[in-house]
Design a protein around this ligand. Structure first.
Ligand code: ZN
Length: 139
């Protein structure tokens, strides 16, 4: 394990201890929740779209869970600002792993992708393309 991955580990711990954009938005365009029952992670994502109804203007998250799930949500909440909804929907697990910067074991991948899945499902529900009360990594 090189210095590089130590740096990323530090970054994950930093996001876990000092989460960015933690809380709830006053007037989100859409809000969605989800869980990873395997680990007990829970995430709520609030997304505010700009007037064009496409560009992500603000993101907030709240939740509870392991360092990877919470750090991933914190990083994603910053990463998504300025992207549009289509770009969010095109993201996959590799994008999340790249964002975290460390190898994620198969056991922990669900922790890592929870925030992304919640944001994506929230966007699809908002667009009327999905009907779901809560996202689960077990679906
Ligand atoms: Zn977890």
């Amino acid at each position: 394990m090189g210095l590089g991955s130590d740096m990323y580990r530090q970054q994950i711990l930093d996001h876990y201890k000092n989460p960015r954009n933690y809380g709830e938005l006053e007037d989100p365009t859409f809000t969605h929740i989800g869980e990873n029952p395997m680990c007990g992670d829970e995430i709520r994502m609030d997304v505010k779209l700009a007037e064009d109804d496409e560009t992500i203007e603000r993101v907030a998250f709240s939740g509870d869970g392991c360092a990877i799930s919470q750090a991933s949500a914190s990083m994603l909440s910053s990463e998504l600002v300025g992207k549009n909804v289509d770009e969010l929907l095109e993201m996959d697990r590799d994008d999340v792993v790249d964002m975290l910067g460390v190898d994620i074991s198969p056991m922990r991948i669900k922790c890592a992708v929870l925030a992304e899945k919640v944001a994506q499902d929230g966007a699809e529900i908002y667009r009327g393309e999905l009907d779901k009360e809560k996202t689960s990594t077990e679906d």
